[in-house]
Design a protein. Structure first.
Length: 470
RNA sequence: GCGCCUCUAGCUCAAUUUGGCAGAGCAACGGACUCUUAAUCCGCAGGUUCUGGGUUCGAGUCCCAGGGGGCGCACCA
């Protein structure tokens, strides 16, 4: 039997009481006459003989507790609480003689003990390993961490609200895929015992979502976890949150506007502005964002003209002249993209909408309506990082089969990240995919930008880490 | 996978270039205090210096191996 209560109903937020305008006019030493009930952790304790002060913190904020030996039940016991103990209190809202709005404790209950501490009361917990492995400690010890994750939640809510507001329907598609598809990445493999078959954790939601557009879901999105079997870095986690949205009767130019609407909209929803500072540098997300072709940006950055038309040999020659050692195999499109990613993308502060990618590196995007060899695709780059990837979707089942078979040949030749042929997807296209625009947005990276985080681990509650050995 | 950096009390950090008794603040614990704000004051404890070897009269410090973490590279079209 535990001495702790099973419930403690009727609480209001500490932050709400602290900022309630009803108490703003309360003079030092004055009582409000209103009694409130709160619960949270004791994060500071300043017993002082026959009176005592403490800070009570819950997830809405904190407020000072005030107690007098003459009016507070079990006063001595209250002053001996450990920092971090959970308590529930009831008392009158007062302002102390020194002017601090407080709740004068009349009755209280111990809800749970904290047997371990929450770090240095001034500096918190700085050790990043502890902060990642024991996030529950980090959230109490470091106010900025708590703020970041509350911000993340609001960003995700903002994006959902804006998509819902435009008539998009949220769906959930399988995470376990019999064959991986929709992106160029190595998958995690798992085994399904009942089917005696290996399955793959999804590397994208693309193919199922397009099948839903075929099924008549004209505006559809999924916001969920994607898994890629890749290395860890400050910008990569093996599981991350992706948004993919598909809109029938739209093309990639519509997706550009949607990207601006969602990202700039989230900024203004959660920060109240689209002009921010990231890593000490100004970043203005106010739409419209600059639009430029990949080749324009390449030439701006390198001072060298590099186009698909000049062919693989010439592109490789010019890349060498720029001092690049390319190890990629592939044609002109692969080389062009590689040079762009090595020389230009990391220095694009943006935000900029980078358009018109080589068809060779975009097996799911529709041919450009006026530029042979290119597809109607763009990426949004901000702070040197890719935030979004979008295209006019390839609708032609015959062309799509050709592209996937080419991918499958690459896969068979040893490229583990190349796609394989997904017959279910191709059959769906045979039923007719209308003109459709699609976009994928890396939610973690958007959160990083808006939260000012330099590492993706700062915006993931439980980032991937090596298991500790005994 | 490779390179560089890093690991000291529960937390935050010291420990004389160039090896010489491992320390402080906070937290905890005991006490004082009727308005504190990182409360203050008195007292008392607190260590496998990441692990295992080695060099040395002597290692937190130097060397080797291993582990965790950070950053960079690779990977991530």
């Amino acid at each position: 039997m535990s001495a702790f209560p099973y419930r403690f109903p009727g609480t209001v937020g500490a932050g709400a009481v602290a900022s309630d305008p009803a108490y703003a006019g309360l003079a030092p030493g004055e009582s409000s006459g209103s009694v409130v009930t709160l619960a949270g952790r004791v994060m500071r304790s300043r017993p002082q003989g026959r009176v005592a002060f403490a800070q009570l913190r819950d997830w809405t904020g904190s407020i000072q507790l005030f107690a007098q030996a003459t009016s507070c039940e079990r006063f001595e016991e209250l002053t001996r609480l450990a920092l971090g103990d959970w308590i529930g209190v009831t008392g009158e809202v007062v302002r102390t003689k020194r002017g601090e709005l407080s709740v004068e404790v009349a009755t209280w209950s111990l809800l749970a003990e904290a047997r371990l501490g929450f770090g240095d009361k001034w500096r918190g917990v700085q050790d990043v390993e502890t902060r990642y492995r024991q996030r529950e400690v980090d959230l109490w010890a470091n106010e900025s961490s708590r703020a970041t994750f509350l911000l993340r939640s609001r960003i995700v809510a903002s994006i959902r609200r804006r998509l819902d507001g435009r008539g998009f329907v949220e769906v959930e598609t399988p995470i376990l895929h019999p064959i991986p598809g929709g992106a160029h990445a190595r998958p995690f493999v798992t085994h399904y015992n009942a089917l005696h078959a290996d399955f793959y954790l999804r590397i994208a939601t693309e193919l199922h979502l397009k099948r839903l557009v075929v099924g008549g879901f004209e505006r559809v999105y999924e916001l969920g976890r994607i898994f890629r079997n890749e290395g860890l870095s400050p910008r990569h986690n093996p599981e991350f949150t992706g948004l993919e949205a598909y809109q029938a009767y739209a093309d990639y130019t519509d997706m550009m506007e949607l990207a601006e609407h969602l990202v700039a909209g989230a900024a203004s929803d959660v920060l109240g502005t689209t002009q921010l500072t990231y890593q000490g540098r100004e970043l203005d997300l106010t739409p419209p964002w600059r639009r430029a072709t990949l080749e324009e940006l390449l030439e701006e950055r390198t001072g060298t003209e590099l186009t698909l038309d000049m062919g693989e040999a010439e592109l490789r020659r010019r890349a060498s002249a720029l001092g690049l050692e390319l190890e990629v195999r592939g044609g002109a499109g692969v080389v062009l993209l590689e040079v762009y990613e090595k020389t230009t993308e990391p220095d694009l502060w943006g935000p900029v909408i980078v358009t018109d990618y080589p068809k060779e590196v975009s097996p799911l995007a529709r041919d450009h309506r006026s530029r042979p060899g290119y597809v109607e695709r763009f990426e949004v780059v901000a702070a040197g990082r890719e935030l979004a990837n979008a295209f006019s979707e390839l609708c032609d089942p015959v062309e799509q089969r050709r592209r996937l078979e080419a991918q499958a040949a690459e896969h068979a030749a040893g490229d583990e990240e190349a796609m394989v042929v997904d017959e279910d997807f191709l059959r769906a296209l045979e039923h007719g995919l209308p003109p459709t625009g699609g976009i994928g947005i890396g939610i973690d990276r958007v959160v990083m930008l808006l939260a000012g985080a330099s590492s993706i681990r700062e915006v993931l509650l439980f980032p991937a880490l090596r298991p500790e050995q005994a």
